[in-house]
Structures are given as structure tokens and as C-alpha cells.
Ligand binder design. Structure first.
Ligand code: C2E
Ligand code: MG
Ligand code: MG
Length: 725
């Protein structure tokens, strides 16, 4: 065995047991420019093939041991040599030998004696042909791979033979087994999705009758039964006389691109978290609404809403729960809107809800009749959140602050409408959250007032322009004043009287309430300590505490230090907190309330009934008293619903050992009703308006006389007697 030295030239393996023949072969072969290897029998040849990789094999048939046929058959089983040209040399010029050679897989044969120079030409030709075949196979393979990657199939149809040819990728795409089916136009149309079948058949008729190439998109049913989107591009082939002889087409599956396009569209126009429209889509819808309203002369409304205290949910429960809550809110509003449309017999979608960012949503209400209709729907939406949301096993309370702007009245462009609805929403927040506000054109004046109040506030505290007023609270069992509520009053040098309803929310917004609230606490406790020492009727003081104060770290320490500094006993102080304190962060609320209870102060829930908490929820909190909101008391005697609510609150609070105070008691009838129904305490103009400490001291005699009249010799209801005992 040997290997000639030149490289890059074809390598020939010469297998012959006859030394002379081998020598001759090698001589001619090397002269013809081939490299060579030699083997003197079959097994040496096979061993050689395992180590080297010849491009051509010259193989003698008659050899001792393995014959040339055996060696050739073996060679063909070796993957590397499946297509390597094998030229067999035989001394037997008969048909049987030739058949045997071909059957064993020979490429060609030559009979001895050999014409060596002719044989070298044949070798060269065989080499070139085998290289060309190899390259063709390679490029067909690449084409197939490329078609598979591009999900591109192609077919042709010959009008003369009426034969259709499909590429492998066509079969794969159409889910057709090439062994079972012969391609035809009929088979093609069978794979077309029923939705598109008629259209595709018509299209084929068009392209075969007219001299027109074309493109068509349609769906096919893939092997798995799923529809796939394909695009077919067809070319017609004409002969020299202009006769249509062939159709050539490519079919490309673009389902994935369709899905990607859809996804891109989804990302560009919809909010990921809620699936609702996003700011971009909402702006586009608004633009269209403006155009439509201009034509139809209709009005529409833009509502902007924001979840109250959402930040607390995120801070307390984490962003994942926060996200789920946003999702739940979006769903709840969306389904309420659809329900509303059904009720209003609207056959079209008359509202679009979008999530703008974070906890902000917008709503477009098409074709609205008047502001009242918008207000009514806003109220429906607000009331959706009277019940807690169930999120991951948590009961979460939230409320909405809603602002609205009307087209064309409150703005004539997308930006102005959104801006004005947003401003109105902030007004709603300022009004104490869980509110609804229209955009007001007096906004500039309002803003100026807001800034003036904010600006003067700090000066007012330094210049002692704040004062604490006191309003007595009467025990309905003893008929005597036992405590008073401290209420802030501010008469400013520049602004005049400013109501706490106006300045408290501003102070809460800018944080000044912390300083102001502490001042109220100290002033009121100081005053009460003096009254306690003097044996005055007011022995306990109720101080309003804002959410910000309550949530402040170390709030219970502050209470303790105020009590120490003023010398007031802890049971001389009652803290009035609003339901919103309990609403969001239940754990923090329970801990903070417990710390306060530990000090020994009373805890009262102010404005009860207007917020979110249910009575059953209250049992988790160490509460001493509920103050029924004055909105229930105001129409107590004429509104049966208010009566029922008040009675229910009293009965349930009683069962939980929580006392009830009714605020806003303005008439003797109110008082009677509350007494008869077992209410524990009352507060209101009927007994006394809030007033300064000195005035209250003077007024107390009058108050006691009034109470004496009311309570002397009067009947007490059986309920009340039971409670009193
Ligand atoms: P509130 O705590 O619910 O106080 C009761 C409000 O009802 C007081 O209004 C009081 O003057 C009024 N009121 C009392 N009796 C009657 C009545 O018979 N009829 C009617 N119509 N109203 C009655 P005011 O003083 O204007 O205070 C409004 C709100 O401002 C308070 O509501 C409270 O939320 C807040 N506020 C007042 N002072 C403070 C304070 O020192 N700190 C904090 N954080 N908030 C305060
Ligand atoms: Mg209060
Ligand atoms: Mg109140």
C-alpha cells in the first residue's frame, strides 16, 4: 500500500493482485495527474479505505480471497463511499460479468487488456461527473433546507401533461404524505381552509384563464388541524407562440409572522397587565370620537380615574399583589360597563376603558345626553368598590377618585380633554378621595386659592391664627356631657375664615398636617387636663387624626409624650380615625391600634358608614367607638333607609361591645330616635355648635339646662333600659 505525494489532485485507489498490472496502472495514472494508492488484495483495499479517502477506485474482479464484486459490495455499504466512482477491471468480456459488476455497485467497467491512456480519460470523466453530482446533491440539499427554514414550498403545473410537481416542503406544509398522494390541483384545494376555499378556487380560475401572475393569501389546514396562513406567488410560463404552458408558484407559510405582527400590535396598543387599551390606542380612539362628534353634533365624556391609596397596597403586599389588584379593578369596571350597555339597550360598544399608567385609568363615554348621565355612571363605578376585591386570598379595599371632562364644552382636543379630566380627578382627590368631580372652568381661580391657602398655612401656625374649638359629646344614658371633639379653626389675616374641609386636605397633601396635628393634640390635651383638674363637664377629648399622622412611624410614642407633657391621663384622650386608616394595610393598622390601646387611649372610627369597612371587618380591630356619619343622621326622621342603617349599626356594634356615637344631631327628633334605638352618645348642633374653650365654659350652664329638660321625666325605651342596666 502506498500514497503518491502530490496533493489537491484526485486520489485513485488501485486494487489488483497482479503486480504488473498495478505497476502499469500507477505509471499511467500518475502521468495523467492523479495521485494514487495501491492495494494487492481485497482486504488490504478495505483497510486502506478505512484510513484514506480516495476519490476514485480502480478494482480488479479476479483476486484471491475477496473478489472484486465482494469488495465493491462492501464499499457501497460504507457511508463515505456510497457514491464514489468504482471502475472494475475484468478479464472476462461477457454479459454476466458486467451484470455482476453493476449489481455489486460498480460505476463502470473496463476489460483487460487495458488501454491505459483511454482508461485515464474515463477516470477523469468519472471524477468530474461524480463531483458534479455531489455538488448538485449538495445544492439540492441546501435548497431544501432553505425552503424548510423559510417555510417556503414550490410547485409547478404542466398544462401539456396535466402533471403537478410539489417540493418536499409543499408536502410538509400541506400535511400530505408524498408516498400516498399524487399532487394535483384538487389535492391542493382540499388542504385550503374552508373559509378560503371558494376564494382560492376562483383565483385559480382567474390565473389560468387570464395572462396574469399574482399573489394570494389564504389559510390552509395543517396536519395538526390548525389553520396556517400562507402566501402564494404564482408565475405563468408561456411558449414562443404565447401559449400558457406552465404555472410556477411558491407558497410561503407566514403564520409565525402573523402572530408576531399581532403581538407587536398588541404591545403597541394594549396594556400588558390588564389587556385594556393603552394610552396610544385611547388617544387614537379619542381622536376618532372627536371627528364623529363633530359630524353628529353629539357630546361625549372622558373620565379619568385613579385608585385611592394604591401605593399602600404595593408597599404592604408587594407589587405582584398590586398588579393583580390593578387587573381585578380593570376587569370589574369593564364588565360593569358592558352590563350598563346591555341595560341601556345599546347595541354598540359605547365606552372604552384604558389603563394610562400605574393605577390610572381613563374611560370614554360616547354619545352622552348630559352631565347627569355621566355623574350617574361615575357613581355606579365608584360603588363597585364598596365591596372588597378578592386578590390572592386577601380582601383588599380600594376606592376611586373620578374626574370628567366633556367634549366639546371642556376641551376640543385629545390633550386638553385628558388634561382637564385629570385636573378634575385631582379635585376629586382633594375633596377627600372616593369622590367624583366635573372639570371646572374656574380652575385657575381654584388653583390660585389652593396655593394661597397652602402658602398662608405655615405662617398662620407661627402667628397663632389657628384655634381649637370644642363640641360637646353627650352620654345618652346619663344625659350629661362627658367629652368634646376638638375641631380646628383658622381665621387668616389675609384669607379670612378658612374651613377645615378646605385646608385639612391641603395640609394632608403637603405633609403640614403632621406639624399642625401635633399642635392640635397638645393644645386640646392641655385644655382638657385643665378642665379635668377644674372638675368641668368635659373630662375627655376626642382629637381627629389624619391617615398621614396615624401611618407615621412612632405615632404612639408621640401620643405618649403628649400625655406626659400635658399631664392628661390616657383615658382622657380619644382618637378619631377614619375608616380609610383600616382599609388598606390591615396588619399595620392592627399593630398601630394595639400600640395605642396599650397606652390606654380610646379609639373611635369617624364618619362610619361612608368608607369601606364592614362591621364584621371591624372585629379585627381594637375599636372602642363608632361615629355614625352625619349623612345618615341628617335625614334620619324622614328616610327609612337611613333609619334602618342607623339601627343596624347600633345593633351590631352593641353585639361587638363597641359603643356608638351619632354625629350631626340637629333636632330633638334625631335625639329621640337615637335614644330609643340604644345609641350611646350624640354630638351636634342640637346640643351645641363647636366653640372656643372660653365660650364653651360659659355655654355649659345652658347646655346642661337643655339636657336636663330633655332627659328629665322622659320615657326611656325598653331597648335603652336594657342597655343601661
Ligand atoms: P369631623 O371630624 O367629622 O367633624 C364633624 C364635623 O361636623 C365638624 O365640621 C363639625 O363642625 C360638624 N358638625 C358638628 N355637628 C354638626 C351638626 O349638627 N350639623 C352639621 N351639619 N355639622 C355638624 P368641621 O369643624 O368643619 O370639620 C370638618 C372636618 O374637618 C372634620 O370632620 C374633620 O374631618 C376635619 N377636621 C377638623 N379639625 C381637624 C383636626 O384637628 N385634625 C384633622 N385631621 N381633621 C380635622
Ligand atoms: Mg371627627
Ligand atoms: Mg365625622
Amino acid at each position: 500500500m502506498g500514497l503518491s505525494q502530490q496533493s489537491n489532485t484526485p486520489l485513485v485507489l488501485v486494487v489488483d493482485d497482479d503486480n504488473t498490472t498495478r505497476m502499469m496502472a500507477l505509471e499511467f495514472i500518475s502521468q495523467a495527474g492523479f495521485r494514487f494508492l495501491e492495494a494487492s488484495d481485497g482486504s488490504e483495499a478495505l483497510q486502506c479505505l478505512a484510513n484514506e479517502e480516495p476519490d476514485l477506485i480502480l478494482l480488479d474482479v479476479e483476486m484471491p480471497g475477496l473478489s472484486g464484486y465482494d469488495v465493491c459490495s462492501k464499499i457501497r455499504t460504507m457511508p463515505k463511499y456510497e457514491n464514489t466512482p468504482v471502475l472494475m477491471l475484468t478479464g472476462l468480456n461477457n454479459n454476466e460479468a458486467i451484470d455482476l459488476a453493476y449489481n455489486a455497485g460498480a460505476t463502470d467497467f473496463a476489460t483487460k487488456p487495458i488501454n491505459w491512456s483511454l482508461l485515464c480519460h474515463r477516470l477523469r470523466y468519472m471524477y468530474r461527473a461524480s463531483k458534479a453530482a455531489e455538488e448538485l446533491a449538495q445544492s439540492q440539499m441546501s435548497l431544501q433546507v432553505a425552503q424548510r427554514i423559510a417555510e417556503l414550498g414550490n410547485w409547478s403545473y404542466d398544462f401539456a401533461t396535466k402533471e403537478m410537481v410539489w417540493s418536499d416542503q409543499m408536502y410538509a406544509m400541506f400535511g400530505v404524505d408524498s408516498n400516498l398522494h399524487k399532487p394535483s390541483l384538487k389535492l391542493f384545494c382540499q388542504s385550503v381552509h374552508p373559509d378560503d376555499n371558494i376564494r382560492v378556487v376562483e383565483w385559480f380560475k382567474g390565473v389560468t384563464s387570464k395572462s396574469k401572475s399574482g399573489t394570494i393569501d389564504f389559510k390552509i389546514v395543517a396536519k395538526d388541524g390548525q389553520p396556517r396562513h400562507v402566501r402564494q406567488v404564482l408565475e405563468q410560463v408561456f411558449d414562443n407562440s404565447g401559449k400558457l404552458i406552465q404555472l410556477q408558484a411558491t407558497v410561503q407559510d407566514f403564520t409565525d409572522r402573523r402572530i408576531a405582527e399581532k403581538r407587536i400590535h398588541q404591545l403597541a396598543y394594549y396594556d400588558e397587565l390588564t389587556g385594556l387599551a393603552n394610552r396610544t390606542l385611547f388617544s387614537e380612539i379619542l381622536k376618532k370620537a372627536i371627528k364623529n362628534a363633530d359630524e353628529s353634533k353629539d357630546q361625549f365624556a372622558v373620565l379619568y380615574f385613579d385608585l385611592d391609596d394604591f401605593k399602600k397596597v404595593n408597599d404592604t403586599f408587594g407589587h405582584s399583589i398590586g398588579d393583580k389588584m390593578i387587573h381585578a379593578v380593570g376587569e370589574k369596571i369593564e364588565s360593569a360597563l358592558r352590563e350598563h350597555e346591555v341595560k341601556a339597550n345599546r347595541t354598540y360598544k359605547s365606552s372604552t376603558i384604558a389603563r394610562m399608567s400605574g393605577d390610572e385609568f381613563t374611560l370614554l363615554l360616547d354619545k352622552i345626553e348630559n352631565r347627569e348621565a355621566v355623574a350617574a355612571l361615575a357613581t355606579v363605578l365608584k360603588n363597585l368598590f364598596n365591596e372588597p376585591l378578592q386578590v390572592d386570598g386577601h380582601e383588599l379595599f380600594t376606592s376611586l377618585s373620578i374626574g370628567s371632562a366633556l367634549y366639546p364644552e371642556d376641551g376640543d382636543s385629545v390633550d386638553t380633554l385628558l388634561k382637564n379630566a385629570d385636573i378634575a380627578m385631582y379635585d376629586a382627590k382633594r375633596a377627600g378621595k372616593d369622590h367624583y368631580r366635573f372639570f371646572s372652568h374656574d380652575r385657575d381661580a381654584e388653583l390660585a386659592r389652593y396655593h394661597a391657602v397652602e402658602d398662608r398655612m405655615r405662617t398662620a401656625l407661627k402667628e397663632n391664627n389657628f384655634e381649637v374649638f370644642y363640641q360637646p359629646q353627650v352620654d345618652l344614658i346619663t344625659g350629661k356631657v362627658n367629652s368634646a371633639e376638638a375641631l380646628l379653626r383658622w381665621t387668616d389675616d389675609v384669607l379670612g375664615f378658612v374651613s377645615p374641609v378646605e385646608f385639612i386636605p391641603i395640609a394632608e397633601e403637603n405633609g403640614f398636617i403632621l406639624e399642625l396635628g401635633e399642635w392640635v393634640l397638645r393644645t386640646a390635651c392641655d385644655q382638657t387636663k385643665r378642665w379635668v383638674d377644674e372638675g368641668f363637664d368635659v373630662q375627655k377629648i376626642a382629637v381627629n387624626i389624619s391617615v398621614l399622622q396615624f401611618s407615621q412611624a412612632g405615632f404612639s410614642d408621640l401620643i405618649e409624650s403628649v400625655l406626659i407633657d400635658t399631664g392628661l391621663d390616657a383615658n382622657g384622650l380619644k382618637l378619631e380615625i377614619t375608616e380609610s386608616v383600616l382599609a388598606v394595610d390591615t396588619n399595620h393598622a392592627v399593630n398601630a391600634l394595639q400600640a395605642l390601646k396599650h397606652i390606654g387611649v380610646d379609639l373611635s372610627i369617624d364618619d362610619f358608614g361612608t368608607g369601606y369597612s364592614s362591621l364584621s371587618q371591624l372585629k379585627h380591630f381594637p375599636i372602642d367607638q363608632l361615629k355614625i356619619d352625619q349623612s345618615f343622621i341628617r335625614h334620619l326622621t324622614e328616610n327609612s333607609e337611613d333609619k334602618a342603617i342607623t339601627q343596624a349599626i347600633i345593633a351590631m356594634a352593641d353585639s361587638m361591645n363597641i359603643s356608638v356615637l351619632a354625629e350631626g344631631v340637629e333636632t330633638a327628633e334625631h335625639l329621640d330616635f337615637l335614644r330609643l334605638n340604644g345609641c350611646d352618645e350624640i354630638q351636634g348642633y342640637y346640643v351645641c355648635k363647636p366653640m372656643g374653650a372660653v365660650s364653651l365654659e360659659k355655654e355649659m350652664g345652658h347646655i346642661n339646662r337643655l339636657l336636663g329638660d330633655v332627659f328629665s321625666g322622659t320615657h326611656l325605651s325598653s331597648t335603652h333600659l336594657k342597655k343601661a342596666s
